[in-house]
Design a protein around this ligand. Structure first.
Ligand SMILES: Cc1cc2nc3c(=O)[nH]c(=O)nc-3n(C[C@H](O)[C@H](O)[C@H](O)COP(=O)(O)OP(=O)(O)OC[C@H]3O[C@@H](n4cnc5c(N)ncnc54)[C@H](O)[C@@H]3O)c2cc1C
Length: 409
């Protein structure tokens, strides 16, 4: 197991500076335009693909970095650049993690490259778990997957919502119910290959923030996919369902992870790192502004009321980053989250981003309230972090249940 270190090594610093350069030179100048257009910034994704930031290789290199700091470092820099564009760049990663967490080696090798495409023909992927009546309450999911044994095909029916890249993705990863009696333990994840008949985009949402990222409903009508598209394979699913049925008969017992939860657990520290990136961006804008804006004949930072806010902002951001790095190191090294450290990191970092961006707006005064200054956008963007991949309330539930061992509701 790699030791937990709190400093990037020279190689990681080089990668960080390279991503930072892309975030500062390509993403920042494009941020306001794509926020207004509320469209996927394909040209920026393509630029990222050309230099290797949008690629399976880059993602895998960071994902398998034994220090655990590769992904948080990359996420922080990209989301420092711009949250909406960055989500368009890394949204594919959530689907890729869904395959990495639940898929066989063959499935990983077949589908993840198709999620990214090539620099000349970039593609994106979508992870579809949420439904109109199943957001936090994943167990209420209704999308059904039925096995047609004669054809060795699965047939999917249902409506997914809030899917990042939903409907515009080349590859969709869909979580569906295979055994309704088992609740969330009866779920499985499926690959829907490119151009599969029956999958269509429903409503595209107009959002408060991260507007450069496409969010939409995905409608599945008699979508037939080969048996090989069940992530993990049929034998593993049958064994898992048999164990879950045994435990249900015996009245509960050991917890069995469901498919969506396996994806979210691995990705929560990464979402925390995104929040750290947005928070740091807003803090830097506010610090610079406070040093240069003069009122009453002196820079506004001369007032403790402003300076102390900046001190608190920076302290929270650094604390959030440490929680994120710890959780990410634990996840990569297979150390179990005995105190829900992944959820802790996501909870604290996302709440920090919301608070820090609001403080930044306040420090910029009237300017902070206008689209002339980026903190206005950062404040809108930050609101997503306490909502997606499990709201703050759900993170608190996970933490409290883990700590107490009690079924707190
Ligand atoms: C921009 C965006 C992108 C997204 N991308 C994806 C994606 O790519 N794939 C995907 O599958 N999903 C995605 N989501 C969905 C996201 O994960 C859900 O919105 C989130 O899980 C919350 O579900 P909900 O919106 O249905 O809220 P609800 O579950 O209805 O919650 C509403 C409120 O009630 C609170 N609440 C609910 N239950 C409890 C409880 N037991 N105790 C205390 N409070 C509770 C919640 O915390 C929240 O404040 C995305 C959402 C957005 C907005």
């Amino acid at each position: 197991m790699a030791e937990f270190i709190m400093e990037l090594n020279d190689e990681q610093k080089e990668v960080r500076d390279w991503i930072h350069g892309f975030a500062a030179d390509v993403m920042r100048p494009a941020a306001a335009e794509w926020d207004e257009r509320e469209e996927t910034p394909w040209p920026v994704i393509q630029e990222a693909a050309k230099i290797g930031i949008y690629s399976l290789d880059f993602y895998a290199q960071q994902y398998f970095d034994p220090t655990g700091l590769g992904i948080p470092m990359a996420m922080e820099e990209l989301f420092w650049g711009d949250a909406g564009i960055a989500l368009s760049i890394v949204g594919t990663g959530l689907a890729a993690v869904g395959v990495l967490a639940n898929g066989t080696e063959e499935q990983i090798g077949t589908w993840i490259p198709q999620m990214y495409g090539t620099p000349d023909d970039v593609k994106v992927a979508a992870f579809c778990s949420s439904e109109p009546d199943a957001g936090s309450d994943v167990a209420s999911m209704r999308t059904r997957a039925v096995y047609d044994e004669a054809a060795d095909e699965w047939v999917l029916n249902g409506t997914k919502t809030w899917a990042t890249n939903g409907g515009i993705a080349n590859v969709h990863v869909v979580v569906a119910v295979v055994d309704a009696e088992l609740g969330s333990k009866g779920h499985a994840s499926f690959i829907v290959p490119p151009n599969t008949p029956g999958l269509s985009q429903g409503q595209k949402f107009q959002k408060h923030g991260i507007r450069a990222s496409h969010t939409a409903e995905v409608v599945l009508e008699d979508v037939r996919i080969p048996g090989s598209c069940l992530l993990g394979g049929k034998q593993k699913l049958d064994e898992r369902l048999a164990r879950a049925r045994e435990r249900a008969k015996a009245g509960g017992g050991e917890r069995v992870k469901n498919a969506a939860m396996a994806t979210f657990e691995a990705s929560r520290p990464a979402v925390g790192a995104m929040a750290v990136g947005t928070a740091r961006a807003a803090y830097e804008e506010a610090l610079e502004y406070a040093k240069t804006r003069e009122q009453f004949g002196r820079p506004i930072i001369d007032n403790q009321g402003v300076a102390f806010q900046l001190a608190d902002m920076r302290t929270s951001i650094d604390a959030a980053r440490l929680l994120v790095w710890r959780a990410s190191w634990m996840a990569v090294n297979g150390k179990p989250f005995t105190a829900a450290e992944g959820s802790q990191s996501k909870l604290f970092a996302s709440e920090t981003a919301k608070k820090v961006t609001a403080q930044a707006v306040q420090i910029l005064g009237g300017n902070g309230f206008t689209r002339e200054y980026p903190v206005e956008r950062m404040h809108r963007d930050a609101a997503i972090y306490t909502i997606f991949e499990g709201t703050s309330e759900i993170q608190r539930l996970v933490i409290a249940r883990t700590l107490s061992g009690m079924p707190i509701r």
